[in-house]
Design a protein around this ligand. Sequence first.
Ligand code: XMP
Length: 325
Amino acid sequence: TWTTEAFVDEAIREIRAKVGDKRVLLALSGGVDSSTLAFLLHKAIGDQLTCVFIDQGFMRKLEPERLVKLFQEQFHIPVEHVKARDRFLVAIAGVTDPEEKRRRIGHEFIKAFEDASKSLGPFDYLAQGTLYPDVIESADTNVDPKTGERVAVKIKSHHNVGGLPKDLRFKLVEPLRKLFKDEVRKVGRSVGLPDEIVQRQPFPGPGLAIRILGEVTEDRLEILRDADLIVRQEINRNGIYNQLWQAFAVLLPIRSVGVMGDQRTYAYPIVLRLVSSEDGMTADWARVPYDLLETISNRIVNEVRGVNRVVYDITSKPPGTIEWE
Ligand code: XMP
C-alpha cells in the first residue's frame, strides 16, 4: 500500500541518484506543489538546491513576507526573494484587455525567471511540481530523443504561456509526477508543511492583477490588498475557510456615489466572490450568513480608503467564471 513515508524515502533516493552533485533551480510560488517539492529537494540535496521566489507584486497582503519567513526561519530553506513589482507594473501599464494582461504577465515572468537563473546559476536541473494529470497532458515538456529524458521547454508556473528560450532548457527533476493533488497534500502534511500551505485556496498565477478590472495601478493594488485582507480575516474568523473553494475581493474600475458622515463620496466598489466547488470546473456562489456579509461590507467601507460600496456576486459557474478576468 502507498504511504507518504515510503513515498518520501523513495523520492529522496531518486532525486539523489538523478542529480548527483549538480545544481537544481526551483521556482517557489507558495502553493502546496512547489512547497512540497522544495521540501523534498532540500532534504535530498541540501544546498545544491536554489529556491527562487519571483514576487510580481500581485500577491495578497503580507503573503510574500510570510512565505519567505516561513521557509527561511521555520524550515531553514533559503529563498531568493526577487522583488520584481516595478517591472511587472511597467509591463502591464495601461493594459485593460484581460487576455493581454495575462499574456504580458506570463511573458514578464519568464523573463524575470531567466534573469534570476542567469544571475544565480548556472543550473543543470529545473525542479518542477508536475503532477500525474500534467504528465498525461504533457504539453509543457519535450523528450530529448538521445537520452529519453524529459526536458523543460516551458516553465510550469501557473501561467499557461511563454516558452523557455532555447539556451535555457533544463533537464527536469519531477518527483511529484506520480501523484494526484490529494496525495501531494498528504505528503506535504507529512513532511511538516503547515495548513496555511497545505489547505491554501487556489490563487491564480497573475494574482491580484486579474482581480483589478481594467488598468492595474499601485494605488488600486493597495486598495484591493486591504479589502482582500479583510475578506480573509472575516472568513477565517467565521471558520468557513476550508468549506469554501475560494473567497476573495475584486475591484471594479468604476465609481459610484455614496455618503459618509455628511460628506458625499465618489469611489470604487468592491465585489465579494465567495464560491463553493469540487474542482473549479463548476462552482456555486456560497450561501454564507448575512451577518458575515454585513461585517465584511462594514469593515471594507470603513477601513479601506477609496471604497464606498460592497456588492456580492451571486453568479454560478457556468455561466460565470470564478475569476472576473
Ligand atoms: P475560472 O475563473 O476560469 O477559474 O472559473 C477556475 C479556477 O482556476 C483559477 N485560475 C487560475 N489558476 N493560473 C492559475 O494557476 C491562472 O492564470 C488562473 N486563472 C484562474 C481560479 O482561481 C479558479 O480556482
